[in-house]
Write a protein of this length. Structure first.
Length: 243
């Protein structure tokens, strides 16, 4: 899992280099969370973590408030979360998570990217068996914390892996992987025990990998980059083996 995480982290940092894209992505997530769980972060755990994440990314407070208001407005079109799955060149499995206010536009765009770059869009659920869905928490590393003890404590809450890492701004952090359904329990434990949560998200970890030559990888990267440029796309997951 560690190698997969490091590659996903590298691609994410490349994607999130443009600050405007970070704000757009977080804004959509905040709107969806507020619509589903209410606008008050004190009673909406998912929204609470997203607001904390927005602060860490220096997202202006006005942007956050606007995203929450959009969720409550009857005049605004809501975002719908859609997942698309397909195969890229050389049999690479690709799963795409989107948040869109026009699913017809989004699926048309995604299909065209696959077609133009030697891939094929599949049916919903066709690639689920190739990925394990996890929740991932990035938390501040407390001074003197024992990772083994933390992991033993968190096993009962659904955490199955604990790693040390370095955050996007160079800060020491701990990364927790847990079962998809354990998100709420893990968040509650962390908050009640005074752990600062930098971010929390859902990830899809490949359970098998496709080996590619450098030339083959270049052709797949062209498709991945095209997909990631789409404003409706939130996350892109694949099963390319690390170099």
């Amino acid at each position: 899992m560690g190698r997969a995480f490091e590659y996903r982290k590298a691609t994410k940092l490349k994607r999130w280099g443009n600050m405007a894209r970070v704000f757009t992505k977080l804004g959509k997530q905040i709107t969806i969370a507020a619509r589903e769980g209410g606008p008050d972060p004190d009673f909406n755990p998912r929204l609470r973590v997203l607001i904390q994440h927005a602060k860490k990314e220096n997202m202006p407070k006005d942007n956050v408030e606007r995203a929450i208001k959009k969720a409550m407005s009857r005049d605004e079109a809501g975002y719908e979360e859609m997942v698309y799955e397909g195969y890229g060149p050389h049999g690479v499995a690709i799963v795409i998570e989107t948040a869109t206010d026009n699913s017809t536009r989004t699926v048309g765009n995604i299909r065209s990217y696959f077609n133009k770059h030697g891939g094929s869009l599949g049916t919903t659920g066709s690639l689920e068996y190739l990925f394990d869905r996890k929740c991932v928490f990035h938390i501040a590393k407390k001074e003197g914390i024992d990772l083994d003890e933390l992991e033993l404590e968190l096993i009962d809450y659904g955490v199955d892996e604990v790693n040390e890492s370095v955050g996007e701004n160079g800060e020491a952090e701990i990364v927790l992987y847990g079962e998809f359904t354990s998100y709420a329990a893990i968040q509650t434990y962390l908050e009640e025990n005074g752990h600062e949560i930098f971010s929390a998200e859902f990830d899809r970890i490949p359970n098998s990998f496709t080996e590619l030559t450098e030339e083959q990888r270049e052709s797949v990267d062209k498709l991945l980059e095209k997909i990631e440029e789409d404003e409706d796309v939130q996350n892109v997951f694949h099963n390319i083996a690390n170099e």
